[in-house]
Ligand binder design. Structure first.
Ligand SMILES: [Zn+2]
Length: 247
């Protein structure tokens, strides 16, 4: 059987202990989507991989593709280890949720280089905010990231007009089934969506992550519910809450 070497950039989404000294990794790559890999002997003190195969590392990685489902890690160099992020509990929690969302929404080998770039930007931003102590891991930042993931997945909520009838006025609700805002005529399963939540979603989709909008907590609650309803109806995916209880 043929086997081949694969060189790619990757972000480590998850890293799980396996056997005596190995680790199973979930990697997210620009051109091969999510990749499962095994790193042998990585937990031995003298492993040539050092501590690089931990979650949230951005790497240049070399993999060997054989017959099995998992690729084997043969080399890894750090592009960014996000050291500041690692020292901040809230940034770590936000990074874990970001990686979890990417892994769940983009779990196949289908390439989405835009998603890889978005994840790298989010991790770099969390690292920078942890370094500057400027509230890494806010709920607004986490939701702005999720909205951009929805956009990359082709699931961005329909916001310009009623997703059910096309009406442009009196857009007061949100329907996951319709995939966007809905008017007063009412749609089964819709819930109230206020002006603050509407503006947040419009701005978050239009702006860069570094310039993400903010909103009051009730509005952010509606945004999170709108994202969850969209994902449940159209991707059958359920994400972790956008932030932990302390968030
Ligand atoms: Zn309508």
């Amino acid at each position: 059987m043929s086997s081949r070497a694969v060189k790619t950039e990757a972000v480590v989404l998850r890293s799980m202990r396996y056997g005596e000294a190995d680790r199973i990794l979930h990697l997210y790559t620009p051109h091969r989507g999510r990749v499962g890999a095994i790193a042998k002997g990585v937990r031995r003190a003298r492993s040539r991989f050092g501590g690089r195969l931990e979650p949230f590392f951005r790497l240049h990685i070399e993999l060997h593709e054989g017959r099995g489902e998992l690729l084997t890690v043969t080399g890894a160099n750090t592009v960014d280890g996000h050291a500041s992020l690692r020292g901040d509990a809230r940034a770590l929690d936000a990074a874990a949720r970001a990686c979890d969302a990417v892994g769940r929404l983009f779990e196949t080998s289908e390439p989405h280089p835009g998603v890889f770039n978005l994840l790298c930007r989010q991790l770099a931003l969390l690292d920078e905010r942890a370094r500057e102590h400027t509230s890494p891991g806010s709920r607004a930042a986490a939701l702005a990231f999720r909205l951009k993931l929805l956009l990359a997945a082709g699931l961005a909520p329909h916001l310009g007009a009623c997703a059910s009838c096309g009406e442009r006025e009196h857009l007061v609700g949100f329907s996951g089934a319709a995939g966007g805002v809905v008017c007063t005529a009412g749609e089964a399963g819709s819930f109230a969506l206020g002006e603050g939540a509407y503006r947040f979603m419009t701005d978050a989709l239009a702006r860069a992550l570094t310039d993400a909008p903010d909103a009051d907590d009730p509005s952010l609650g509606q945004v999170e519910r709108a994202i969850a309803a969209t994902l449940e109806h159209h991707a059958h995916v359920r994400l972790m809450p956008a932030t932990g209880r302390a968030g």
